[in-house]
Structure formats: C-alpha cells, structure tokens
Ligand binder design. Structure first.
Ligand SMILES: Nc1ncnc2c1ncn2[C@@H]1O[C@H](COP(=O)(O)OP(=O)(O)OP(=O)(O)O)[C@@H](O)[C@H]1O
Length: 271
C-alpha cells in the first residue's frame, strides 16, 4: 500500500486546490513571428475571478502572450503558437474549436477605444445578436442596459442610446468597449493597455471598473504602468525578452520579488 506522508498529502491537496482555481492554463507556450521567436516556453496560469497584470519592458512579449489566450494571433500572418493553452478543461488550440465562440468566452478590450461606427445601443447589441443571446427586443434592451450598468456607463448614456458611440469621450468610448465585451457574457476579459489613451480621470474610472468586474469575470491586463498593476491586480506576471521571469502575488512582486530582473524593472533600472 502506498502511504503518503502528511506533508505529501498536504502538497497534493494544495496542488489540487490551485488547479481548481485556474481558469486558464498556459503550458510551454512559445510564439514565433516567421523565424523570430517572441515567447520561450511560457508556463503561466490565470486564476479565476482574479486580475492578473502582465508587466515588463517594451517588446518583452506581454501582448503576444495576451493574444494567445483568445487566439488573436491567428489573425497575424506568419504567427505560430506552440504549446498548450486550456480554458477550464478545453484545449483552445484544438482544431475543432470555433474561434468565434472562443472569443465570446474570452473577450478583448484594446489599447485604443474602437467602437463600431454605429449607435451606442448597436455597439452593445451586435455581439449578443450574432451569438443568438436575445430572442426579443425586450431581452436585447435588458442585455444592453445590464452591460452598460456593469461598465458604469448607463447613467451617462441612457438618454442617448441611438447616438453614435464614436461621439462619446475617449474614456466613455473605452467603457463602451468594455460594455460591448461584457454583453456576450464572457468568462475571461483580456485588456491590452486599456488606459493608455485615457486621461487620469478616465483611467481612474476604468480601473475602478476593472476592480468591480473581477467578481464576475477573470481579467488579464497588459500594462506599462506599474502603479496601475499595483492598483488593479492581485497577481502579476513579469516578462523579459520573451521569457516569463516570475509570477506572483502583486503585493509580493512590488515589495519583495523573487527575481532580480523584477526588482530591477520595478526600480526603473531598465525598460
Ligand atoms: N506582428 C508581428 N510581427 C513580427 N514581430 C512581432 C509582431 N508583433 C510583435 N512582434 C515582436 O514580438 C516581440 C514581442 O512583442 P509584443 O508586442 O508582444 O511585446 P510587448 O511586451 O507587448 O511590447 P510593448 O510593451 O512595446 O507593447 C517583439 O520583439 C516584437 O517586435
């Protein structure tokens, strides 16, 4: 009979618990752009209902890794992803996966707010409509209102839903894009420097929103701002030259990181 020591049992239980809490698991993920290798065997797990910040100097591969999580790299010619990424237990690179469905489960918000050239209402309704989420107008009205509520924008736009989304301020447009991502009830939301085009007040609103969204969604955010990573995330992953240097609790990353390169980066010694 195989008798495990108490410590071994505890370790196995810990492992099981942490596996249960992982929404996405990246295993030995490498990305190539043609001949150029941009990521080297990255092993990074994304926890449920947690904000994970990806930080590191320019060109280190943060956005590349983010894009592997909903196969956005598929749209880049010559880009090849190696390794395995799972969403719950589903291998997202399995050839049978419907990428449109995957991107409904793993939504994305980009650096520059990019509302469709349509009304505020239509910006939100478009996704639910193509995914067949609303049968009647009343259902759609509800989705639109709920999504705008969740994005903290409802009160600002409820009287002008038929006006163009592009007529909103930059910060409002970004919250509209977040509402649009939320409208199809994703499980994970990826954000690629969502505040870089916003002023400090709009940034603060989006950061507050990220904080609130965490109770319903799993969020991964790329940011150049270490202050932002410290403010919004519970976990931080540091990349350097295509390698994942360290992934840890955000508090620990910014006070007592395990890796000298993290220390150097947060002290502003490079990047
Ligand atoms: N479409 C592409 N074609 C070729 N090389 C690319 C492409 N996109 C990114 N790269 C290269 O891959 C590497 C990682 O880029 P990536 O954009 O992921 O870094 P990043 O950490 O997000 O950078 P930044 O903070 O400047 O946005 C860089 O060397 C970059 O030049």
């Amino acid at each position: 009979m195989n008798i495990m020591s108490e410590a071994a049992v505890e370790k196995a239980l810990d492992k099981k618990m942490s596996t249960v809490n992982f929404k996405m698991v990246g295993k030995d993920v490498s990305v190539y752009y043609g001949e150029k290798r941009a990521l080297f065997d990255v092993n990074l797990n994304v926890r449920k209902n947690t904000v994970t910040a990806l930080i590191g100097p320019s060109g280190c591969g943060k956005s590349t890794f983010l894009r592997t999580l909903n196969r956005m790299n598929d749209t880049i010619e010559g880009c090849r992803v190696v390794g395995k990424i799972t969403l719950d237990t589903d291998d997202i690179y399995d050839p049978t996966v419907d990428v449109v469905e995957l991107r409904a489960r793993v939504g994305m918000v980009f650096q520059k707010p990019n509302p469709f050239p349509k009304s505020i209402y239509e910006n939100i309704a478009y996704g639910p409509r193509i995914h067949g989420l609303a049968r009647h107008k009343a259902d759609m009205d509800e989705i639109v209102e709920n999504s705008l509520q969740k994005a903290g924008l409802w009160n600002e736009v409820k009287d002008r839903l038929q006006e163009p989304g592009t007529g909103l301020s930059g910060g409002q447009q970004q919250r509209l894009c977040i509402a649009r991502a939320v409208a199809v009830s994703p499980e994970v939301i990826l954000m690629d420097e969502p505040c870089s085009a916003l002023d400090p007040i709009a940034t603060a609103k989006v950061e507050e929103l990220i904080h609130e969204l965490r109770s319903n969604f799993t969020i991964v955010i790329v940011t150049h701002s270490m202050q932002q990573a410290a403010r919004v995330s519970q976990r931080t992953a540091m990349f350097h030259l295509g390698n994942l240097v360290e992934e840890n609790e955000t508090d620990k990353m910014f006070t007592n990181p395990d890796d000298q390169r993290t220390q150097d980066y947060i002290m502003g010694r490079f990047g």
